[in-house]
Design a protein around this ligand. Structure first.
Ligand code: 13P
Ligand code: SF4
Length: 386
């Protein structure tokens, strides 16, 4: 008999232990016994299971618990924190995330933490934002392949050309962009504060026109909420762009009385069919504050799981779309990343300093969170897309 180890397949324990042969074990560098479900691991983790009991079958818990325990132990040893976005799977969100929230919330937490190491439970642009804000901390992303279709739709060179073409008009850049793009921008925004930032920068510059990029749909949704003229870029979120107005009508017919919440990266026609539109945090707060009987979140799949954890009495209809980038972050690669300190995110200092200004100027704008909500009933307005 060869050495026995827990067997992982596609991120799941398949129930029996197998000999390590042809790379069957997903964590080959793990010292023998480190990830076993021992009595000590069981005692340290039993109390956590209830939080994820709706998502992890009890027979699978012995495969999760050793990783959760190892990650939580390493965090203490290394003075590390995990910033977990609302789209992380419930095991990450509920069991190892030190701070959870939307893009804005995680960026603000990065500025506050005393930890020496930040592990970003999210996508690459979020890790870059943490590094931009915390140059003296080491920031890691568990998978370098965790990108974003919006971030890859535009470069810093594009921004330089846009600025040449539209002198005197401020460029408001969604945080879902690379550090290179942020460095060329006048100010950043997130889905929580986009309307407030557009109005703030226009007041500061004494203009009534703004370039808002790279998300065409976010820009169009913002344009409906303000009197400011918005020029947009043609980027799209590959997750939210897939929802259609007809989907919403079909869902309402299938689930009479259901409350429909949408993220502002959805097409404007979808927002117009929703009952409420806001950032991932705003959607989560809406459910907690209003306890709808039955709700649909038009956004990434894990969002409903995570909001359901905190709202057990609400029924969730789940017509979600998966973000392949967010789903590249797993308990296994978080463990590897924290243990081996691999995939460190670095930003060249001259770029970081310029990007810091754009991000910090955003964080310093105080706004009424209600301003971050999108009124679905407002009519569409014309937006030029460049
Ligand atoms: P939030 O800022 O609302 O968390 O959105 C981030 C994101 O990537 C949505 O797709
Ligand atoms: Fe990017 Fe869309 Fe994924 Fe958010 S959900 S990280 S915007 S691709």
């Amino acid at each position: 008999m060869g050495k026995e180890l827990i067997n992982w397949e596609n991120g799941r324990w398949i129930g029996q232990t197998l000999e390590v042969e042809n790379g069957v074990c997903a964590v080959p560098s793990t010292p023998e016994g480190e990830l076993e479900y021992t009595d000590a691991v069981k005692a340290a983790t039993d109390h956590l299971y209830k939080d994820v009991a709706d998502f992890i079958p009890e027979f699978e818990w012995p495969a999760y618990a050793p990783l959760v325990h190892a990650i939580n132990t390493l965090k203490k040893q290394k003075n590390a924190v995990i910033l977990a976005h609302n789209y992380m799977t419930p095991d990450i969100f509920g069991l190892i995330g030190d701070y959870t929230g939307d893009s804005l919330g995680l960026a603000i937490e990065a500025t506050k933490t005393d930890a020496e190491i930040i592990i970003q439970g999210g996508v690459h642009f979020m890790a870059e934002t943490s590094k931009i804000l915390c140059p003296n901390k080491r920031v890691f992303i568990p998978s370098m392949r965790a990108g974003c279709s919006l971030a890859s739709s535009i470069t810093g060179e594009d921004i330089k050309l846009i600025k040449q073409r539209y002198p005197g008009i401020p460029v408001v850049t969604y945080v879902n962009t690379s550090a290179d793009v942020k460095a060329e921008s006048d100010i950043c925004c997130t889905s929580s504060n986009a309307v407030a930032i557009v109005e703030h920068i226009c007041a500061e510059w004494g203009v009534n026109k703004v370039i808002m990029l790279p998300d065409e749909f976010l820009a169009k949704n913002v344009a409906k909420q303000t009197n400011i003229e918005v020029i947009a870029w043609h980027g799209r979120c590959e997750v939210h762009a897939r929802f259609s107005a007809q989907d919403v009508r079909d869902m309402r017919e299938a689930h009479p009385g259901v409350v429909v919440l949408a993220h502002p990266e959805c097409p404007p026609e979808v927002v117009a069919e929703s009952d409420f539109t806001g950032s991932t945090k705003a959607m989560s707060d809406y459910v907690s504050d209003n306890s709808p009987k039955n709700v649909i979140l038009l956004t990434e799949c894990s969002m409903s799981d995570n909001v359901a954890m905190e709202n057990p009495d609400v029924d969730f209809v789940r017509p979600c779309n998966l973000c392949p980038h967010m789903k590249r972050i797993t308990l296994e690669n978080i463990y590897e990343c924290l243990k081996d300190e691999t995939n460190e995110v670095l930003v060249p200092e001259d770029q970081r300093v310029r990007a810091y200004k754009a991000v910090m100027d955003m964080i310093n704008v105080k706004f009424d969170p209600v301003k971050g909500h999108f009124d679905p009933s407002l009519p569409q307005v014309g937006v030029k897309v460049i």
